[in-house]
Ligand binder design. Sequence first.
Ligand code: AMP
Ligand code: ZN
Length: 217
Amino acid sequence: MMAAKGNAFSVIMNAQKRKLADGAAKTTSQPAKKGHWSMGLLSSMEDPALKVESDDKVVIIKDKYPKARYHWLVLPKENIPSLKAVSSEQLDLLKHMHKKGQELIDKTEDAKHLSFRLGYHAIPSMSHLHLHVISQDFDSPCLKHKKHWNSFTTDYFMDSEDVVEELEKEGKITDKGSRNDRLKYPLRCHVCKKEQVNMPKLKAHILSHIPKPGDKE
Ligand code: AMP
Ligand code: ZN
């Protein structure tokens, strides 16, 4: 007999893959289909090379294109396309996702000197709800473009605790589509707030802010 839990998960995943995505950040009226890049998180949740851990409610994976030394995604097993589909019913789940992300940070030796943030993008590009857990060094070759930078350092990145608080108060997460303009904001260091002329300059500059082991205990 097949293991009931694994089987149920596969059924959900297969149904989800078959289903058209809600098109988290779609720009046309056509929703994404199975195999479309925006559905890639579903396969990655089952990829042993990316999977970090899981429990009965969530799967944690490494971001395939990490924008910092540590960049994980916490995804629910439940079929939830995005924050748009979240209601008070998922409040405990969002709290659990945060807790699991924080536990992973706490287990990370480098977290003694690196800071982390946990949050959601205002307009996600990938379908299936995912919580980013990302170290604030932003020291990664995958961090290339202004939109990458601004998506993690402006209020396009919504702290998980604020999202949970909004859900607690409002019973839903209001649409943050108007924050799209943040991606075009000038490049600004997230630590000292100094404006930088381009990405290479910014990337060189932020290295000076990365704490070294022993700086913070
Ligand atoms: P967003 O939808 O903007 O909140 O972010 C999606 C995140 O998923 C980005 O940080 C990407 O680097 C990451 N990503 C894109 N495709 C995959 C994939 N197939 N597997 C794992 N992570 C991915
Ligand atoms: Zn700076």
